[in-house]
Design a protein around this ligand. Structure first.
Ligand SMILES: [Zn+2]
Length: 453
């Protein structure tokens, strides 16, 4: 075994969510190509994925674009990091057979191109330079590893139930804005399998955005300046906050910071308060607070020391004497610095960025990339999502009694697939049908009009 493979193996053992089960079962709890074969064979929702990515074009309606799904790029990552880019599939069974046959460690979904991506070279040779992305879901990628200066419990790819809520509030803030500010409806949130979440905005008007428009939307969400030189990572400019930021702050971020993060990460404990004091641009205030906190290490009221200190800080910064807006705004900047969603902007800005497909298995954790319902995202627990080995055990228990493709219903995948179908796919299909219908009648009307000329 190579050193790298050994490391990965160690990772998996460390991450093993249910080590006690090892003694009961003889299936070792790790990522294994043979398990993956069973997973793709009996649990992976091939038909639902195909239905989703066809966006209604797999129907019989005369306005359906039969070439649509065949122009979508799929990318497979095989064992030993072998990448198969520009895979394409023309029908549901081709997609299913392709996945079962190659048994990819990871499936990425790319854009819909102007022509079948697997034939791009032929098009290039013919001199017609027409191979270009024409549609792509608007996507967002948020990783907990980008929050290392906002958490003390974990770092890097590690995540625990103390820091995961940073992801939960990112979902709340972005999801609300996508719906209320941009009017998008068909939004899918997915656990990335280890350290973050992905968001797929699937409305027709989102899929047809060009790169420039995607950039504008990404910029709309940008307040965090990932610049290590500035003390405060957030700069809230202007005399009044943008309504979106005001709403995010008062509906989600402030409460989360004061009621959860402050205490769970001990942000104002003795070793840590300097980092927050550095964000205050007024030295008389910082030295006053530092004086109080150095002399009074224990809180006499019995309240959590972090809560007491936060109240003191707010009182000083927001009291009547602090006329300068910069100082008053500072409380908000601290809250935003620690809690505001940190998006990987590059993923959102470009149509041809690949993003891992839902229901993949993360090769390091063995966890399924399950959808997350934004309405109950507080309940989502990344340490408790189905793993490949858990599913294998469940299949072994129920598999023999259940015929064909109904196995998933009786495994811990059931809830996720039901959510995907009922809350995401069904409403999406309804709006796709309406859209196809509309574009068809517009075309018919147009040709009628041209006839009357
Ligand atoms: Zn943590």
């Amino acid at each position: 075994m190579t050193k790298e493979a050994q490391n990965e193996r160690d990772d998996m053992l460390v991450d093993d969510p249910e080590p006690q089960d090892e003694q009961i079962d003889d299936i070792p709890d790790e990522f294994n190509p043979n398990y993956l074969k069973v997973y793709y064979g009996r649990l992976f929702p091939h038909a639902d994925m195909f239905k989703w990515l066809s966006y209604g074009n797999d129907g019989k309606h005369p306005a359906c674009d039969q070439s649509y799904i065949g122009r979508r790029e799929f990318s497979f990552t095989l064992d030993n990091d072998i990448y198969l880019r520009f895979q394409s599939f023309n029908c549901a069974s081709e997609l299913e057979n392709g996945i079962k046959d190659k048994c990819p460690f990871k499936i990425d979904i790319g854009p819909v191109y102007s022509v079948d991506p697997s034939k791009r070279l032929a098009y290039a040779q013919s001199g017609d330079n027409i191979f270009t992305p024409v549609e792509r879901e608007l996507v967002f990628d948020i990783d907990i590893s980008d929050y290392d200066d906002a958490r003390y419990c974990c770092s890097g790819a590690d995540v625990c139930l103390d820091c995961w809520p940073l992801m939960t509030i990112a979902i709340k803030v972005i999801d609300t804005s996508l719906r209320d500010d941009f009017g998008f409806n068909n939004i899918l949130w997915v656990y990335s399998g280890r350290r973050g979440v992905h968001c797929w905005v699937c409305d027709g008007k989102a899929r047809r955005l060009n790169n420039e428009q995607r950039g504008a939307i990404a910029d709309y969400f940008r307040v965090y300046k990932g610049n290590t030189n500035s003390k405060s990572k957030v700069s809230l400019v202007g005399s009044a906050l943008h309504p979106f930021l005001v709403r995010s702050y008062s509906d989600v971020l402030r409460d989360f910071f004061e009621k959860k993060l402050l205490c769970s990460q001990q942000l104002l404990s003795d070793e840590r308060y300097e980092k927050i004091l550095e964000m205050i641009p007024d030295e008389s205030i910082t030295s006053e607070l530092r004086g109080k906190w150095q002399d009074n290490r224990r809180s006499s009221s019995g309240k959590d020391v972090n809560v007491v200190r936060w109240e003191q800080l707010k009182q000083l910064l927001q009291s009547g004497k602090q006329k300068a807006t910069g100082i008053r705004r500072c409380v908000e900047e601290i809250v935003f610095s620690f809690t505001y969603p940190r998006l990987d902007m590059e993923v959102s800005k470009h149509m041809n960025h690949l993003l891992k497909a839902p229901f993949c298995i993360h090769p390091k954790t063995g966890r399924v990339c399950v959808p997350i319902d934004p309405d109950v995202c507080d309940e989502f627990d990344p340490t408790n999502v189905p793993t490949l080995s858990k599913l294998l055990r469940e299949i072994n228990t129920v598999g023999l009694q259940v015929e064909g493709d109904k196995v998933w219903e009786r495994t811990s995948m059931g809830k996720s697939i039901r959510y995907f179908r009922g809350s995401f796919l069904q409403p999406l299909m309804k709006s796709c049908k309406e859209e196809i219908e509309e574009s068809y009648s517009a075309k018919v009307q147009q040709s009628k009009n041209s006839l009357t000329w």
